[in-house]
Each structure stands twice: as C-alpha cells, then as structure tokens.
Design a binder for this molecule. Structure first.
Ligand SMILES: [Zn+2]
Length: 327
C-alpha cells in the first residue's frame, strides 16, 4: 500500500481520485501582505472563507485532490492552508517544497552553500527541502509530498541551476516527485529534462509544468519520450494559449499514444496578489481562469475532439496516482 502526504495526513494513492496537479490556493508576497495588505486589501478571515467556498465548489465537481505547488517565492504558509483543509474534508490538498525563482537564489542562500563564503560542502536548500518532505514543514506536522522549482524566460541562470540541482538532491535523497514551472517559448522543458536527467532524477517523476502553453508537437513528444509528464496545466490562461488550441494539442497527443504522459490543471488560485489588490481586474483579462473551467468547458471539448473517457481518467486519475506512488 502506497500513501501520499496531504495537509491532513497520509492518504492511499489509490484513493486520490480525480486530481488537478497544479492549483494554488494562495499566491502571495508575505512582505506585500504584511506591509501593504494589512488594514487595506488583505482580510485574513474573508480570504480564508472565500478559499473554503471555492474549494468546496471544486470538490463538488468530483475533484478529490489538488496538488498545490506553492513554495518559497510564492508565499507558502501552511498554517493558513491547514485552516482551510480542516473546513474542506472532501478535498485532499498535497503541498510542495522547493524554491520558485526565475533568476537568483534568495539572499538567504547567497552566502551559504556550494561556491559561497560559507561553503561547508553541503547545499542548505536541499537540507531544508528534505526536512519538509520527511519531518514536516515549520512545526505544523504537515509534510510536503513533492518538489517544485522554476525556469522561465531568463533560462538557466546560475541561481536557477543551483535551485534545480538542490531539488534533484532532495529527489535523490527521498524519491519525492518534482514539478518544474517552465517557459515553453524558450523550450525550457528541454533544459529541465537534460539537467535533471544528468542529476539522476527519475524523469517519470517529473512534471514539465506549463508544457501545455506550447502547441509544438515535436517539442512536446520529445519531452514525453524521456518519460517526463507534460503539465497541461494552465487551462483558462487563454492570453498565453487559448483553450481550443490546448485541447487540440492534447487530442493530438492522445491520438499518438501519450495519454499516460499528461496531467490537467488550471494553475488557478483562490487569491493572488500579483495583479493588484482587486482580483476582479484579472478576471476581465482571463475570464476562464478559475477552478471550474476544466469540468465545465475543457472535458466536453476534449470529448468532442475524440479524447475517450478512459484517456481523461488516465490524465486526471491514473497519472497523478502513478506520480505520487513511491517506487
Ligand atoms: Zn503555478
């Protein structure tokens, strides 16, 4: 019997059910909230209640698990997520460890770790990630179940490379699966499978996040042929790639036999402070970017494009279960 850690404790991987593999609850800058949100646009109780309502609605659609890749750089704060998880017992929330940066490592690692002033031969990031995975996060008792890092338009900067290597080290130590935010316009997934492959990461345990921003079947099949899983995980971000193009790409990949290499999600959140205090402003720029879009619009469109119910189950149930099943 294989289990995966969730906010409320271990769950059998066979019981995860329909799983959205990349949904945030909150994306926040802690310093933004603490210095500019408090007393102004940030109301902790209102935001928690709003998240509970949105996640209950998500669970009511038959989604029983979300993987939330919110880590350092995106405002991970587990006590708040715990409060929400307690009030939505019908939804499993799987949380992550790692660092989200497109450029440099956080200042807290500038002078500690490989090649720095205080180099003691270890990578302190890896130690932190492993502790989150094996002992729990910040005394909450909640264990992370996967690793998260990022590579965006700046490419493999020294900071990004160090974070990817630190994530690889934590994967080797624990076997925990990995999700990487990638920028498809620079084909960053290729850099990821190359680097993580050389670092000894089992690519079958790697989601190339945001691969679905691309419609280039050569790029996508090259990634999938390494064993990696394609994150078709930004449904609703039509400004990057519209739903009909995302759907057509998935249908083409299913036809070529890649249903076992894709997972589906929105990369949505209950609240995100990146677009200013008023989330409705983003609503007008991306009206479909919410937790209901896949169930309401995407699955019917996939069916209409010839994707079978079994292939949809493969992407929503079987592939997430396999990803979170330890070897
Ligand atoms: Zn994300």
């Amino acid at each position: 019997m294989s289990t995966v850690e969730t906010v409320r404790g271990p769950v059998e991987t066979g019981a995860l059910g329909r799983t959205y593999m990349h949904e945030h609850i909150f994306v926040l800058g802690a310093e933004n909230v603490q210095n500019y949100g408090a007393g102004a646009w940030w109301d902790e109780e209102a935001r928690v209640a709003d998240a509970v309502a949105k996640l209950r609605d998500l669970a009511a659609q038959g989604v029983s698990t979300i993987a939330d890749p919110t880590v350092w750089g995106l405002g991970r704060y587990i006590p708040r997520v715990q409060r929400i998880a307690e009030q939505v017992p019908e939804l499993n929330i799987v949380v992550a460890t790692g660092i989200y940066s497109y450029n440099d490592v956080p200042f807290q690692f500038h002078h500690r770790g490989p090649g720095t002033l205080l180099d003691d031969g270890t990578e302190p990031m890896t130690d932190d990630f492993v502790r989150d995975l094996t002992e729990g996060i910040a005394g909450t008792g909640v264990k992370a179940a996967f690793l998260k890092c990022a590579i965006d338009a700046p490419g493999l900067t020294p900071g990004v490379e160090r974070i990817l290597r630190a994530v690889a080290g934590a994967h080797r130590a624990t076997g925990a699966p990995v999700t990487v935010h990638t920028e498809s316009s620079i084909e960053a997934g290729r850099i990821v499978v190359d680097l993580l492959g050389r670092e000894g990461v089992d690519l079958a345990k790697v989601v190339i996040g945001h691969a679905g921003d691309s419609t280039d079947l050569d790029y996508l099949t090259a990634l999938a042929d390494t064993g990696a899983i394609l994150g078709m995980d930004r449904f609703g971000l039509d400004i990057i790639n519209p739903t009909d193009a995302r759907v057509a790409t998935i249908a083409a990949l299913c036809e070529r036999g890649y249903a076992d290499r894709m997972v589906l999600s929105h990369d949505a959140s209950c609240y995100m402070d990146w677009f200013g205090p008023d989330p409705e402003l983003m609503r007008s720029a991306a009206p479909n970017w919410h937790y209901r879009h896949i169930d309401q619009d995407v699955i019917p469109a996939l069916r209409a494009a010839g994707v079978t119910g079994a292939q949809i189950d493969q992407m929503l149930v079987e592939n997430p279960r396999r990803y979170f099943t330890s070897a």
